[in-house]
Structure formats: structure tokens, C-alpha cells
Design a protein around this ligand. Sequence first.
Ligand SMILES: C[S@@+](CC[C@H](N)C(=O)[O-])C[C@H]1O[C@@H](n2cnc3c(N)ncnc32)[C@H](O)[C@@H]1O
Length: 223
Amino acid sequence: MPAPESDLLESWHHNAHAWIEAIRTGSIESRREVTDQAILLAVLGRQPERVLDLGCGEGWLLRKLTERGITATGVDGDATLVEAARAAGSSPVHLASYEALVDGAVDIGRDYDLICANFALLHQDIIPLLAAMNALLAPGGALVIQTLHPWSVAGGDYQEGWRLETFSGFTGQWQPMPWYFRTLSTWLTALDMAGFALSSLQEPQHPQSPVPQSLLLVAEPRG
Ligand SMILES: C[S@@+](CC[C@H](N)C(=O)[O-])C[C@H]1O[C@@H](n2cnc3c(N)ncnc32)[C@H](O)[C@@H]1O
């Protein structure tokens, strides 16, 4: 598969409209039933005043946080999604690729009480990005990541590597998205190498599902 990192963001440029439709119609059952609530509770549980939503997409989480009096800032690498988030009332929402954030090429503010990434860390080398986010946290701040649960999506092949999401089962026109599968231990190693210590790990689950719907990691900068 050629240049999966750039194909990944490119796929979001193609899929932005279908994604907005899917999120705003609540058509993804796991989100509706489990994972939206899980990340919201994890963020609210830290009682942050200022939150950065990394890879915010069309901004649903920004809106939920703003409704609760939290100052929520978004950043995403797709212009259509950023526009949709702004048009739905969220501000500020920055347009920047993760690569630009690692390079410090875009000012997205700093001293955040919490930075969250909801199913938004899909590329291979996440350590530089996590380290860059670490530097934007206020003292006492935390990072909250919700992601695909490695056990649930391994499909019998528990090895790191690029996979392809085809969005079969989703309605609309979708371009396949390359994403990087990482194991539980490599998630924890990435956090460690970016200067974080894990403070909690959750496996949000639907009572009628035999497997967890996501992996939710809360981490704090190592002192
Ligand atoms: C599965 S969506 C999640 C969106 C949002 N967090 C949510 O919960 O609905 C993944 C998001 O990551 C963003 N993204 C992926 N790769 C990126 C990159 N290299 N730079 C910036 N954003 C990126 C996409 O544009 C997309 O909005």
C-alpha cells in the first residue's frame, strides 16, 4: 500500500460529507450506544475548564462540552469537517494536519486542562504528536484517548501494521481508509515514549456485546 499516512488524511477529504451525515444522523450504533457517552464521561470526570479536541471531525464533542460550560477548542486536518464544526457553532476550530502540529507550524493554543482524541489517532507514528500534545497541557492536565479496542478489531492477527477500513455497512459513498493497528502494549509504549504515565484504562462495553466497543486511556504527563 503506497504512502498510507497521506492516503489516510486524503481519505477524510473524500469521506467528509458521508462522515458528517453518519455522525449527525447517529447511524453508528457503537457510538450511539456506548462510545460517545464513554468519552464524554471521561472528559467531564476530570472537570476541565479548557479542552482541546484533537482530530475533532465535525465537532460533535466540542458542542457537547460547550453546552456544559467548557471552553472547547478543536483541530482537524480536513477543511470540510473543520467548516462543518465551525458552522455548527464551535469556535475556535483550527485547520491543521498532525504533521503541522508536530512541526509547531500552527498555533492552536496551549495550557489545556485536557486534550482528547476520539478515534482520531489512526496513523503509525503517533509518538511525536503525543509529545507535542504533552507540551500543550497545563500543569495537572491529562490526555484522554478513545480508540478501537485491539482485541475487538484484531481479527485473529494481533500484530501491529496497516489495515484497510472499507466502511462496508455504512451508507453513502466511502473511500477506503488505511489505519494503523496497534496492540495494547504498543499503545502503552507510545504513551510512555511521549512522556505520559497511564492513569486509567477502560474498556467501554455494551451489555449485549461479547467484546468491548473501545479502549479508553487516560494519561498524565510524567512529573
Ligand atoms: C474517525 S474521525 C473522528 C472524528 C471525531 N474525533 C469524532 O469522534 O467524530 C478521525 C478524524 O481524524 C482526522 N485526521 C486523521 N488523520 C489526520 C491528520 N494526519 N491530521 C489531522 N487530522 C487527521 C480526520 O480528519 C477525522 O476528522
